[in-house]
Design a protein around this ligand. Structure first.
Ligand code: UDX
Length: 424
């Protein structure tokens, strides 16, 4: 087993630290946020991720996982140093590498000779070389090992990756990485850093493409009278297409797709290639938010001004508490801009969001509302007491942006119902 440092205790870093320590490695995880570090040292996870609390506690109790705000303490004895730092979207879509550059400059002073710095964050193509230069060390290697973790299933995605990508120019470093992942049965792609970095962007861009594609097919289905749910199912049987990421919805969001797709477009632009196809994927996504709001307007005499619209689900998808780039919040913004009074309920969200009245129960959020928009596919929204809900509403209208309800059943309760991509 190895001594491992993880720099950055966010969604990726925390998952990586907890999982690697549960495999028997000795892990030290550092983060500049001392409040977060204190919570983690006491087994309190700042993120909502199925199974992470338990894994965190067992790793802490075993003594194989420790937290600190001190990067020097974390990295000085490490065989591997995972950089799991934010690469936020810059003003023009490019990825902001300042966090990674700063960390590399700092840890370069403390790394032991022969250690391997592992770029886990999603970083623009060419970043491995940037980290190498910031480290100012010739006796350590830098490897790209992109993560493919989905929020809500991060642990299972870590332990059962579809593939492990290792991007390195050093055969020794690649060999060491393969030893680290020795207990995994997944296929390993050994390649150069630039190719490894491109694989990550291409993966997210393609997944976003699949979603924008099915959302476009859904829009077509609505005008030709077809049912996108059946179209999607039939497409999924084709092994060349696959059945995942073909669920129409309010559009894609989250902390990765919007940032990574924009970065890929910017990288292409910077090299003189106009990735117009991917720009179209983004345009379809932006239009999807508007389409959902237009569905509500359609049943409210063309306007939501002065109307009370309840939004069920604020997170960017179910089984996470993450609001970053949430399509639901984009829809709320459009509703507010159109003069609507917006209320909301989400099982993981409380507190204040400007312009939105957030309630602790779906019934309070929907009380006296002119329409309900289901924006996130939380399990509890599938089994809500819609008969009781309709009584509390001023106007029983449901826009089901995730197609999670049975239209016949809902209409049987007296609702006007519209989903995405079908008129059934
Ligand atoms: C994504 C990638 O899946 C993961 O591999 C990468 O490491 C990080 O980015 P994540 O952002 O957690 O993971 O969310 P994901 O499950 O991919 O969903 C992204 C968005 O697409 C969400 O808004 C989701 O609601 C939407 N989506 C997903 C659809 O609208 N339809 C689908 O069929 C699937």
């Amino acid at each position: 087993m190895f001594k491992i440092a993880v720099v950055g205790a966010g969604y990726v870093g925390l998952t990586t630290a907890a999982c690697l320590s549960s495999l028997g490695n000795e892990v030290r995880c550092s983060d500049i946020d001392s409040l977060k570090i204190n919570k983690l040292s006491n087994g309190i996870s700042p993120i909502f991720e199925r199974g992470l609390d338990e894994l965190l506690l067992s790793s802490l109790q075993s003594g194989r996982l420790q937290f600190s705000s001190d990067n020097k303490w974390a990295v000085e004895k490490a065989d591997f140093v995972f950089l799991c730092l934010p690469t936020p979207q810059g003003m023009n879509g490019e990825a902001d590498l300042s966090y990674i550059e700063l960390a590399a400059k700092e840890i370069g002073q403390y790394l032991k000779s022969g250690s391997i710095v592992v770029n886990k964050s999603t970083v623009p193509v060419g970043s491995t070389s940037i980290v190498e230069s910031e480290l100012h060390r010739t006796d350590v290697s830098v490897v790209s090992n992109p993560e493919f973790l989905r929020e809500g299933s991060a642990l299972s995605d870590f332990f059962n990756p579809d593939r492990i990508v290792i991007g390195s120019r050093s055969p020794e470093a690649t060999g060491m990485m393969k030893k680290l992942y020795d207990s995994f049965s997944s296929p390993i792609i050994e390649t150069d850093p630039a190719t490894a970095e491109t694989i990550k962007y291409a993966a997210n861009a393609f997944l976003a493409t699949k979603i924008s594609f099915i959302n476009s097919v859904a829009a077509m289905c609505e005008v030709v009278g077809a049912d996108v749910r059946v179209v999607s199912k039939a497409l999924g049987y084709d092994s060349r297409i696959g059945d995942s990421f073909l669920s129409p919805g309010p559009g894609w969001g989250g902390s990765c797709f919007p940032k990574d797709v924009a970065a890929m477009i910017k990288m292409a632009d910077d090299t003189g290639y106009d990735f117009s196809f991917l720009k179209g994927v983004v345009a379809v996504n932006e239009a999807q938010f508007v389409r959902i709001v237009d569905k509500a307007k359609k049943y409210l005499d063309g306007s939501v001004t002065g109307k009370k619209i309840a939004v069920l689900g604020l997170t960017f998808k179910a089984n996470t508490d993450d609001l970053r780039d949430s399509p639901s919040l984009k829809i709320c913004e459009l509703l507010i801009q159109s003069g609507a009074i917006v209320t909301a309920y989400d099982p993981t969200v409380s507190g204040q969001i400007v312009g939105i009245s957030i309630f602790e129960s779906p019934f309070d959020a929907c009380s006296n509302s002119d329409a309900v928009i289901i924006a996130t596919e939380w399990e509890e929204f599938k089994t809500l007491d819609y008969a009781k809900l309709s009584v509390s509403m001023k106007n029983p209208l449901i826009i089901d942006a995730r197609n999670i309800l049975n239209p016949e059943f809902i209409r049987g309760l007296g609702y006007v119902y519209e989903g995405v991509g079908h008129s059934l």
